[in-house]
Design a protein around this ligand. Structure first.
Ligand code: SAH
Ligand code: F3S
Length: 484
């Protein structure tokens, strides 16, 4: 499989709850870490590695040589939680042979599982929620002293703004930079507001410093991360809901997401900038104009929609209906011509009828997304939908609808990719193609993966590539020349 497919599959799997083992270097005690779920979790693992490096831990990819095993967990769908559960059982089997091995659970499952895994089943030695990583040194001491090592407190301030992440398992070309934490949107199906807490924005100065440092270290692309980047708001700290109460002075110097994009784009003018995830209800035209204004901001927007039916969108407490979403798609194409767009979609939300499902398919026909991440509804504890709605769509129906959505997306992806044939695209090279050592792969500004013969080019090069043909998930071409 080409990297395009492989990478997407990896991301897809990550979202579905499969793991990526993270690699790094150093000396001392050995830490083995697995991360599940969203990009934010992978980024958090780099923060954890940085905190633990100061405690003398080096990361390893070999579980056998580990002193400490950490699972950075995901709660987004039931399957993700089941995967972690299976992994914990496997680690505990290993621990029988190596009793000194310590096992910890980090991230979104921490709050939910602390009683169960910790006290009842004694599956783990350490439980740490996503806002408590600074407490890890104390918690490790407590654990070593045989005490209960658990901290799942959520914070209204923590953004780890001053922690320089240890880059793990990457390609040395692209890196994540987190800009917000938590989410206030309360979509009725989503567990994130419960597991990751209130939305907070990181000091823009430290975001710019991190991007500048990455550039100096040789990185060529950053992805600014948040559950909902469009609602980024910095006015000297504090929660978004307190903004109105802030002084006039603080309000007048506030930095919104569009401002942040301008700042970062100018601070690292040759760095490619991506961002994820956008939210239709919060994405304003100033953001679109910022994307259009800077050559180095990639012309690609991940814009989850979840459903094409306004009735379902309302039941999901999404802040947009079908018409508003379509109007936004139209504005994107007007302000950023050719911009590629991807989606997240949920099949089988409670009460979804065949008519609602048909509206999802017709919305997809309208937008013709470049690609998408598609799921069937999985009821999550504590959410409004779990408390107030019946999970009434039979699994077989959910799966059939999902299969139809996926089939449609495959059609559209193929059409979108084929339209690039004959064009010359600027491709940032990320590495050697998985399929052939003689080929390189990279991505265009549109996030499409492009494979081409290596010649003298290297990872990190920005290369103009003439596209000769497309496969269902990849573009194949020939290098024309080096941009830089
Ligand atoms: N704003 C976030 C969304 C996180 S969840 C972001 O940064 O991507 C990612 C996707 O998982 C959601 O957009 C949604 O499509 C899907 N999802 C969330 N909760 C779900 C549930 N209960 N069942 C099925 N899919 C879900
Ligand atoms: Fe979840 Fe909706 Fe926020 S999907 S992460 S509550 S925008």
């Amino acid at each position: 499989m080409e990297k395009n497919g492989a990478e997407r599959e990896l991301l897809e799997e990550a979202r579905q709850g499969e793991a990526l083992v993270l690699e790094g270097t150093g000396t001392g005690k050995k830490l083995y870490m697995e991360s599940y779920g969203c990009q934010m979790n992978f980024s958090d693992s780099e923060i954890v590695a940085s905190i633990l490096q100061k405690e003398g831990y080096e990361t390893t990819t070999s579980i056998e040589e580990a002193d400490l095993v950490l699972l950075n967990t995901c709660s987004i769908r039931e399957k993700a939680e089941q995967t972690v559960r299976t992994r914990l059982d496997q680690f505990n089997t290993l621990k029988k042979e190596k009793p000194e091995l310590r096992i910890g659970v980090l991230g979104c499952m921490a709050e939910r599982v602390k009683e169960k895994f910790f006290q009842e089943e004694k599956l783990v030695d350490l439980v740490v929620g996503p806002d408590a990583y600074r407490d890890l040194p104390n918690l490790l001491d407590e654990m070593d002293g045989g005490r209960k090592a658990v901290n799942v407190l959520l914070s209204k301030e923590e953004t780890y703004h001053d922690i320089e992440p240890v880059r793990l398992g990457g390609n040395g070309v692209t890196a994540f930079v987190s800009i917000t934490r938590g989410c206030d949107n309360m979509c009725t199906f989503c567990v994130v507001p419960f597991t990751r807490g209130r939305e907070r924005s990181r000091n823009p100065q430290t975001i710019i410093e991190e991007c500048t440092q990455l550039w100096e270290q040789g990185y060529k692309e950053v992805t600014l991360l948040g559950q909902n980047v469009d609602s980024y708001l910095w006015y000297g700290g504090g929660l978004k809901k307190d903004f109105e109460k802030a002084s006039a002075m603080a309000q007048s110097t506030a930095v919104h997401f569009a401002d942040l994009l301008h700042l970062v784009a100018k601070a690292v003018p040759n760095m490619r900038i991506r961002f994820s995830t956008s939210n239709p209800q919060d994405m304003k035209d100033d953001v679109l104009h910022a994307i259009a204004a800077h050559e180095n901001i990639c012309k690609y927007i991940h814009l989850p929609v979840q459903s094409g039916s306004s009735r379902i969108l309302k039941a999901m407490n999404r802040g947009h209906n079908r018409e508003e979403y379509i109007a936004l798609i139209d504005r994107i194409q007007r302000i950023i011509p050719g911009c590629s767009v991807s989606h997240d979609m949920i099949a089988g939300f409670p009460t979804e009828t065949e008519e609602d499902h048909a509206e999802t398919l017709s919305l997809m026909d309208y937008v013709k997304y470049d690609f998408g991440y598609m799921f069937f509804y999985s009821e999550r504890p504590n959410t409004y939908a779990a408390r107030k709605m019946d999970d009434d769509i039979p699994l077989a129906v959910k799966k059939r609808r999902l299969a139809e959505i996926i089939a449609k997306q495959q059609e559209h992806s193929a059409v979108r990719l084929a339209a690039y044939v004959g064009q010359t695209l600027e491709v940032l090279v990320e590495g050697r193609s998985k399929r052939s050592d003689a080929d390189l792969y990279g991505r265009s500004t549109y996030n499409t993966v492009v494979v081409f013969p290596r010649e003298e080019y290297q990872p990190g090069d920005l290369v103009r590539v003439k596209i000769d043909r497309s496969t269902p998930a990849t573009l194949i071409g020939q290098a024309v020349d080096l941009v830089r």
